[in-house]
Structure formats: structure tokens, C-alpha cells
Write a protein of this length. Structure first.
Length: 162
């Protein structure tokens, strides 16, 4: 008989979605894969940009993901009309200025949101304890605060509240 978290365990990263992260097996299965698999997953799930219009003046092309082994994520966005138009795949995302791998950033964020201390988050994710951990902790707090103000602050409760 299978019990506990084994019951909902998923092996294939393509089958794992954000709601599946309640099960630690699924989270760790996904983020233990190599960078290219995690980058592809992030593209499919909206954490990184897929196709976007080229932002260069006068260009009518679209930026699409292209493999770039020298980039931290193994990919970049390259224009379909002009190969010289290139942009980081992290541009305009929460990872834009980060030098962390996607795996480290997700691990730090998950452990932080689970209520771990900055020291524990640093140890679990491999992020240097010090300014990097403090910066990411502050960043996660700001993102959650912004989410609260945009989506939850003015929500009215229905029914009887005790």
C-alpha cells in the first residue's frame, strides 16, 4: 500500500505544475533536473518569457527562446528578423538581475515561504548567507506585500466571521 507523499508523486517534469509543489517530492524532482529542463519548464509555466515582440526601434520581429550554452539558463531570447537583437530570457521577470540558478532561486523562495530562517534558506538553497540571502528575503517579502495589496487587501469576506 502506498501512503503519504508517495501517492501523488510525479516523475516527469512536464506533468508537474505549481499546484503539485505541495508535495515536496514533486518540487525536488523538478528542480533536481539540469538547467535546460528547468528553463523549459519555467517557459511553459510563465516564469520566463517565451515569444515576445522585439523591443528594438523599427524591428518587426519577435524574440523567441534560443539555446545559448554560455548563459546561466542555457537560453536567451533572439529576434526572428535580426540575429543581432538578443535579450536575456530573464528580462522583465523576477529573476532579471539575479545571478542565481533558477533552481537556487526557487529553493530559496520555497524554504523562505515555508517559514524557514534566512540561515536555513541559505543552507538549503546554496545561496550565500549574507547580503544575497538578505536581498532575496527582502525581495520575496516585497513581492508578497505587492500581491496582498493588489489581490487581497480590499477583498470582502462573506458569511459569518467569528
Amino acid at each position: 500500500m502506498i501512503a503519504g507523499n508517495y501517492r501523488e508523486r510525479k516523475i516527469n517534469p512536464d506533468d508537474i505544475g505549481v499546484p503539485d509543489w505541495y508535495n515536496p517530492w514533486n518540487f525536488f524532482t523538478l528542480f533536481n533536473h539540469e538547467n535546460s529542463v528547468v528553463t523549459s519548464w519555467c517557459l511553459r509555466n510563465g516564469f520566463l518569457h517565451g515569444e515576445t515582440p522585439c523591443d528594438r526601434p523599427g524591428c518587426s520581429g519577435h524574440l523567441t527562446p534560443a539555446k545559448r550554452t554560455k548563459q546561466i539558463d542555457g537560453a536567451t531570447l533572439r529576434c526572428t528578423k535580426n540575429r543581432d537583437h538578443e535579450m536575456s530570457i530573464r528580462k522583465k521577470t523576477i529573476f532579471e538581475r539575479s545571478k542565481l540558478t533558477l533552481q537556487d532561486a526557487f529553493m530559496f523562495t520555497k524554504t523562505y515561504l515555508d517559514g524557514s530562517s534566512l540561515l536555513q534558506c541559505s543552507k538549503f538553497s546554496g545561496v550565500a548567507y549574507g547580503s544575497t540571502a538578505v536581498d532575496w528575503g527582502s525581495f520575496v517579502r516585497e513581492v508578497m506585500k505587492e500581491f496582498y495589496h493588489r489581490n487581497l487587501k480590499n477583498r470582502k469576506l462573506s458569511g459569518q466571521v467569528e
